[in-house]
Design a protein around this ligand. Structure first.
Ligand SMILES: Nc1ncnc2c1ncn2[C@@H]1O[C@H](COP(=O)(O)OP(=O)(O)O)[C@@H](O)[C@H]1O
Length: 361
């Protein structure tokens, strides 16, 4: 009997990426190779939400992997309205939300307003109030997420990244399992004030590789160096050190960890133009811990998958809603067992069984 796969999941969760809603006509990606369905993305989100509401085993939480609304909203003065529309669609869903931040979050909002918004799920997880997207902007510092210390709650919020404004935190939906939300634009030209030290450092870094006047234009047309564009970013040393400490603790407790980020970090799980700037450093941290089982990302709307041969870690890049035709879908429901995760994809997203690698001591 022991050899029979366990049939009842310990818990389930939903995943959706790159909704990029805007109340505008369809368009195309920059190279005009793929259609973007800006209004339809809301309908596909509704399909996902209805499916999650109707399933027998309700998801414990939903991972929204970033780019929830499109940057075009900003030019139309529609950022708040579009975000409100999308969050209202989510709010009737069955589960708490964990939001990841992507480049389009920063096209619409400043980092400081994001930290105070509903998109900071380390503050708001589980309770959506779409009528108050922007809590009082003079909210007291006591509301600031990083006033919390690295903790060890068995459910809900765990540790949060140090530093004044890094949006990264961990949570544990079930004993033995930890999820880590990473901030892939911690080192970036996006969301950083031009007068800031962080902006200067990001500019120094990108200019080592990209000499184009338009830094959104990749430095090369192929190869890994393409990733040094302004629509990507990376992880600071503080965030990497924080992740390292979270994973050390998970190793000790023999937990299984899933990391989520807008940007993918494995070159074989994505078009290299979508990789995080310092993906090698992130992979090195993951490699030095046995607890990580999966890395989930968005950004590359075509999706991708690779199981790292050294670590056994599954790198899943989810197909984006925005480039999914209205008669299809792009969301997933993941059932977690003690030895595996079963990913049930809908529409463009493939089904996968993600067996956990052996625990390393
Ligand atoms: N090859 C490119 N050259 C110049 N600008 C680009 C290029 N690709 C994307 N951009 C610009 O970068 C920004 C982000 O691109 P976009 O396709 O919207 O990103 P995403 O894939 O996250 O939706 C947009 O302003 C877009 O015009």
């Amino acid at each position: 009997m022991d050899d029979c796969p366990q049939q009842t999941p310990l818990f389930t969760f939903g995943v959706i990426a790159d909704i990029q809603y805007a109340d505008i006509d369809d368009g195309y990606n920059f190279t005009r190779t793929r259609r973007r369905y800006y209004r339809s993305s809301l309908k596909l989100l509704r399909n996902a939400r209805e499916s999650w509401s109707e399933t027998a085993v309700k998801p414990e939480f939903i991972l929204q992997l970033g780019d929830i609304i499109d940057g075009f909203n900003k030019g139309q003065g529609a950022s708040d309205r579009a975000l409100h529309t999308v969050l209202r669609e989510f709010s009737s869903g069955p589960a708490e939300l964990h939001h990841v931040w992507g480049n389009h979050e920063f096209y619409n909002f400043s980092r400081s307003s994001l930290l105070r918004s509903q998109l900071n799920s380390s503050l708001h997880h589980g309770s959506l109030h779409p009528d108050s997207l922007y809590p009082d902007s003079s909210s007291p510092d006591s509301l600031h997420p990083y006033s919390l210390h690295p903790g060890s709650s068995s459910r809900g919020l765990g540790a949060q990244a140090p530093g004044s404004d890094i949006y990264a935190y961990s949570f544990s939906p079930c004993p033995g399992f930890t999820f880590v939300v990473l901030d892939a634009y911690d080192v970036s030209l996006l969301g950083r004030q031009e007068s800031s030290e962080q902006y200067s450092q990001a500019m120094d870094l990108i200019k080592q590789y990209n000499t184009n006047e338009d830094l959104n234009c990749p430095p090369l047309i192929e190869g890994l160096q393409q990733r040094f564009t302004m629509f990507n970013g990376g992880f600071s040393k503080e965030q990497l050190d924080w992740l390292d400490s979270i994973l050390s603790s998970a190793d000790e407790k023999q937990e299984r960890v899933t990391i989520v980020s807008h940007l993918p970090v494995h070159p074989r799980s994505t078009d290299p133009i979508c990789l995080a700037w310092n993906y090698e450093q992130l992979l090195a941290v993951v490699q030095s811990h046995g607890s990580v089982v999966c890395f989930m990302a968005g950004h590359d709307h075509e999706g991708g998958y690779h199981q790292d041969t050294d670590t056994g870690v599954h790198h899943v890049t989810f197909e984006g809603v925005i480039e999914t035709p209205p008669d299809s879908n792009a969301f997933a429901t993941v059932s977690v067992y003690k030895d595996r995760m079963e990913l049930k994809g809908r529409g463009r997203i493939a089904d996968r069984v993600l067996l956990f690698p052996c625990l390393r001591s």
